[in-house]
Unconditional design. Structure first.
Length: 144
């Protein structure tokens, strides 16, 4: 069964509490690269620490309609205990491949600057509807 996302207001309220705590922790280091402020950063290493929080909150959390705790262990943000964290990393690589390699190679694309992001498929849901279903072979037809 697909997990039901909490109402957007409650998601944002939960995330705002975590972000307020994290902003206190990084006070004075907001402009330093994320890799110098946070442990176990594997992507966006050069993004300023405060900007990384904004990306997590305004891009990932909103696109997935979820709280920080879907991927992270509160106050132990560096842990990789939750599988969705690695899935998000891998999907970010997928988005990069599509944006940087595949879309530019499409000839006659109406918008040559077209890009995708998490929201393209997720649209505020952790699991995109219909996107991740296993392929089912067509039913046998009489006479085949």
């Amino acid at each position: 069964a697909q997990p039901t996302a909490p109402p957007p207001d409650s998601v944002q309220q939960v995330n705002d509490k975590y972000l307020a705590d994290l902003r206190t922790v990084i006070k004075g280091k907001e402009d330093q690269p994320a890799s110098e402020v946070y442990l176990n950063i594997q992507m966006m290493k050069q993004v300023p620490a405060a900007r990384l929080l904004d990306i997590m909150n305004n891009v990932y959390a909103r696109a997935l309609g979820t709280t920080c705790t879907t991927c992270h262990v509160p106050r132990e943000w560096q842990k990789d205990d939750k599988p969705p964290k690695q899935i998000a990393r891998d999907m970010a690589k997928m988005v990069g491949t599509i944006d940087n390699d595949l879309l530019p190679a499409i000839k006659n694309l109406p918008d040559p600057g077209a890009r995708i992001g998490c929201f393209t498929c997720h649209r505020g849901q952790v699991i995109p509807a219909g996107v991740m279903a296993r392929h089912q072979p067509p039913p046998n037809r009489p006479g085949q």
